[in-house]
Design a binder for this molecule. Structure first.
Ligand SMILES: *[C@@H]1O[C@H](CO)[C@@H](O)[C@H](O)[C@H]1NC(C)=O
Ligand SMILES: *[C@@H]1O[C@H](CO)[C@@H](O)[C@H](O)[C@H]1NC(C)=O
Ligand SMILES: *[C@@H]1O[C@H](CO)[C@@H](O)[C@H](O)[C@H]1NC(C)=O
Ligand SMILES: *[C@@H]1O[C@H](CO)[C@@H](O)[C@H](O)[C@H]1NC(C)=O
Ligand SMILES: *[C@@H]1O[C@H](CO)[C@@H](O)[C@H](O)[C@H]1NC(C)=O
Ligand SMILES: *[C@@H]1O[C@H](CO)[C@@H](O)[C@H](O)[C@H]1NC(C)=O
Ligand SMILES: *[C@@H]1O[C@H](CO)[C@@H](O)[C@H](O)[C@H]1NC(C)=O
Length: 768
């Protein structure tokens, strides 16, 4: 501290702030100063130490004697020389520099600083790695400045990219970040001192994946990223194709799978087929073509296996070809032909042809017709019957197997009428007049004859021939079938052609076709066919009724027809037995019927429902019978026959017709025990054999004990003097026994039997 001018505080100044009394070192410094002061006050010799001499200063111009490093000051009315601040001495002869640093840098400048003495002062400099808190290079600690650690790490880029700075007192250390290593030496290091820096680790050679290649890359050091691309024709299978170089110097990333592109089966297109060979690999191309009868309506005919592993969406489309009638042309005046493109070859194609004709200069249609043409030709032709001198519009359209757009053709028929009139004589003869312009001596006419029958769909008569004549009025008689509808076309052979179109409906045959009809073997009929023309078939219509005099509810009526070309046809009918039939046969071409009566004989009646019973040594339970049907004739009666068992196998059903129990040989041949007339009995009839009653004229005698019998049921059918019977074994009785009731009635029964016997013999005589 330097003070100018006179200071009332001379020598010792306590009221001002003493520069050294601040800071940490203040206390110590004060002590030293006090000590110094005491030494100077108590000891005169202390002058030599530069303490101002106040006692001996009595020279009037003291100020002029002051040392160059001293200042003259007024104190207590006296002028004294006092050494300037930083100097010590007596102020006149002596003011030498005070070395503030002598107590040590620590004491004067504080820690981590060096002390530098100057003439009359000093300054401090922070040691390396430290800085003054006032941020100046030098400082004087009287303002509180001291040295503090310098944070070098705050300096940007202190140890380069990849490095990490760590501050330590008085300096810093370098470390490398993850993925970096010192270029030489170990960690920690000092970048400048050790001359090293952090460099990124290098992962080196890239990993290889099948069917994939890495894309271009700059380096292989830490943090580098390499993208892999599957080869052409391959696609990544899920994982992202990227690897990274990690801090450990290894390539890291999912393992990459590149699989070959596989498009699978090409898409199916309706009504189209695939052409040639193809694969399902990338770039494979398939070609489509429509199947038969279908055509493409546009779209790409190919499909490609794309990088997406799918077939490119195909717009190819096949639709059914429409039948197309083309190239319609008229020829020979009234004939039309065309071509058809139906897409496929069909066996049968049906056309509907609509004809509309107008007389020239007239509005209304005078001729309209609709006809069907069935053909398998791809180039059909049809000749139409058209009126002369008319304008025709002919529409042709296909109706089967598919429809077509109708095509129209105009036909104008020749004005000069080249048709000629033909008259029909005697139903089958044609007569006409030759054309006056026809000068040839001999004219040839072509005849085409078609015959059909409305009532006989399979009948078809067709004939054609040429007829040449010199006559002016030619006449031709045709062999035509009766009851037939004929179309006759006559055309001249020569040009210009003339024609005639005649329709003849023949009447029924003059004679009955069926002659000499006879019945064979009850149900068969044979006749002769009485026809002029025998090269065609005749149709016979049968109508049959059956009736039975004995069975009102019986009703059989059958109709059928038979077509045959046979001259002596024979037909066997399926008829019921025991029936009268009326057969009405009509030959279609004659139309009037022939009636035949047939009578079938009755046959054996059906066996009624019975329950077979076998008894040994005991009584026979009641027997029951259910009535049989009048199927083969009327059932007249049921008889119960009792035979010795030994006769069972060789017994003729029609024997012992009227044999009663009382006949002489009834014991050996058997007898009739009961007879029921069919009309008298209910649906079910029970009978106790041996009940000693009369059934009809027959006595139901008890069976003789200890004998073996066979009981037979005989059903008889009788009609028209014909008798048929069926027999069935009803019961077998071995070692027969009498029942108690039978034993009781024996005596009475015997008497009755005798009476009846007489009566019976009488009645037999009477009835004969
Ligand atoms: C730093 O030093 C300059 C010149 O040496 C001085 O002007 C300034 O006041 C000093 N700053 C402090 C904070 O001491
Ligand atoms: C149809 O007629 C055209 C010309 O009229 C012709 O070129 C073509 O060959 C004909 N087509 C057939 C199949 O006859
Ligand atoms: C058309 O007339 C010509 C010449 O007479 C003949 O040869 C040909 O057969 C006729 N065609 C038809 C389909 O009648
Ligand atoms: C043509 O044939 C069809 C089918 O067979 C039939 O339905 C139609 O009535 C016929 N038309 C004529 C005009 O014969
Ligand atoms: C008809 O009876 C005769 C004998 O009379 C026989 O030869 C012929 O085969 C029988 N015909 C039929 C169809 O039963
Ligand atoms: C069949 O007719 C004849 C004669 O008319 C007649 O006697 C007979 O009873 C009839 N037959 C039947 C089963 O009706
Ligand atoms: C015979 O049959 C024809 C046709 O089936 C019928 O018209 C005719 O009336 C019948 N005749 C008799 C007598 O039943």
């Amino acid at each position: 501290m330097v003070r100018e001018g006179r200071d009332p505080c001379r020598g010792i100044c306590t009221n001002g702030s003493f520069p050294f009394l601040q800071g940490r070192q203040g206390g110590l410094f004060l002590l030293l100063l006090l000590q110094l002061l005491l030494v100077q006050l108590l000891h005169p010799a202390s002058r030599a130490l530069g303490v101002p001499d106040m006692i001996y200063d009595s020279v009037p111009d003291v100020c002029a004697t002051c040392h160059v490093h001293a200042t003259c000051q007024q104190r207590d009315g006296k002028e004294i020389c006092i050494c300037n601040y930083g100097f010590v001495g007596n102020g006149r002869t002596q003011c030498h520099d005070k070395d503030e640093c002598q107590f040590g840098a620590n004491v004067v400048c504080g820690n981590k600083a060096s002390c530098h003495n100057t003439l009359g002062g000093f300054y401090c400099i922070c040691l390396e790695g430290y800085r003054a808190t006032n941020n100046n290079k030098t400082f004087i600690p009287n303002d509180g400045t001291f040295c503090t650690d310098l944070d070098e790490c705050e300096i940007p880029d202190i140890c380069g990219p990849g490095g990490q700075c760590m501050n330590i007192p008085g300096g810093y250390e370098c470390y490398c970040k993850d993925g970096y290593l010192p270029s030489n030496g170990t960690q920690p290091f000092h970048d400048i001192r050790d001359g090293t820096s952090c460099t990124a680790v290098d992962c080196g050679i890239l990993p290889s994946f099948p069917n994939a290649s890495p894309t271009l890359m700059n380096n292989t050091t830490y943090g580098s990223q390499v993208v892999y691309k599957c080869w052409k024709g391959f696609v990544p299978d899920g994982h992202s194709p990227v690897v990274f170089c990690n801090a450990q110097g290894q390539w890291e990333g999912p393992s990459l799978m590149c699989r070959e592109i596989e498009c699978g089966s090409p898409p199916v297109i309706q009504h189209a087929i695939l052409m040639g060979n193809y694969s399902s690999k990338l770039g494979s191309r398939v070609y489509y073509t429509c199947t038969d009868g279908f055509e493409s309506t546009g779209g790409d005919i190919t499909s490609l296996c794309t990088e997406e592993g799918t077939w490119r969406i195909n717009t190819f489309h096949c639709t059914e070809k429409k039948a197309l009638i083309t190239n319609v042309s008229v020829f020979n005046n009234t004939c039309v032909k065309w071509r058809v493109n139906s897409g496929r070859v069909d066996l049968k194609m049906v056309y509907l042809i609509h004809i509309q004709g107008q007389q020239q200069n007239q509005k209304e249609f005078v001729h309209e017709d609709l006809l069907n043409l069935t053909t398998s030709s791809q180039e059909p032709e049809v000749c139409l019957y058209l009126h002369q001198g008319s304008n025709y519009t002919v529409d042709i359209r296909m109706t089967f197997p598919k429809f077509s757009v109708p095509v129209t053709v105009k036909i104008q028929t020749a004005d000069d009428d080249r048709s000629f009139d033909v008259s029909v004589v005697n139903e089958t003869c044609l007569k006409w007049k030759r054309n006056p312009g026809d000068t040839a001596e001999k004219q040839i006419y072509q005849f085409q004859v078609w015959g059909q029958r409305w009532y006989q769909s399979n009948f078809y008569h067709e004939t054609s021939f040429n007829f040449s004549t010199k006559e002016r009025f030619p006449e031709v008689c045709l062999d035509l079938y009766p009851r037939t509808y004929y179309t006759v076309n006559i055309t001249t052979m020569e040009f210009p052609k003339h024609w005639a179109h005649v329709i003849i409906a023949t009447s029924r045959s003059g004679n009955q076709i069926i002659s000499n009809i006879s019945v064979l073997n009850e149900t068969c009929l044979r006749w002769r066919r009485n026809a002029k023309m025998t090269d065609s078939e005749e149709m016979y219509l049968f109508h049959i009724w059956g009736y039975r005099g004995y069975q009102e509810e019986f009703d059989q009526e059958v109709s059928f027809n038979l077509t045959t070309g046979d001259l002596a046809p024979e037909v066997c009918l399926e008829l019921y037995p025991g029936t009268n039939y009326t057969v009405n046969i009509t030959a279609a071409s004659y139309g009037l019927p022939v009636l035949v009566f047939l009578m079938t004989q009755i046959t054996e009646p059906p066996i009624p429902d019975i329950k077979f019973i076998a008894v040994q040594g005991g009584p026979l339970p009641p027997l029951s019978l259910w009535k049989a049907e009048d199927r083969n004739g009327p059932i007249s009666s049921y008889q119960v026959l009792v035979l010795p068992l030994i006769l069972q196998s060789k017994f003729p059903c029609d024997s012992i017709q009227d044999t009663t129990f009382f006949s002489s040989d009834s014991n050996t041949k058997g007898y009739v025990a009961a007879e029921f007339l069919a009309k008298d009995i209910p649906e079910v009839r029970e009978l106790s054999l041996g009940d000693r009653l009369y059934y009809g004229k027959f006595y139901n005698a008890p069976l003789k004990p200890k004998n073996d019998y066979c009981i037979i049921l005989r059903v008889t059918s009788e009609w028209n003097q014909v008798r048929r019977q069926s027999c069935v074994v009803w019961a077998e009785v071995k070692d027969s026994s009498l029942t108690f009731s039978q034993l009781l009635g024996v005596g009475l029964g015997t008497v009755a039997a005798v009476v009846i016997l007489v009566l019976l013999s009488f009645s037999v005589v009477w009835s004969r």
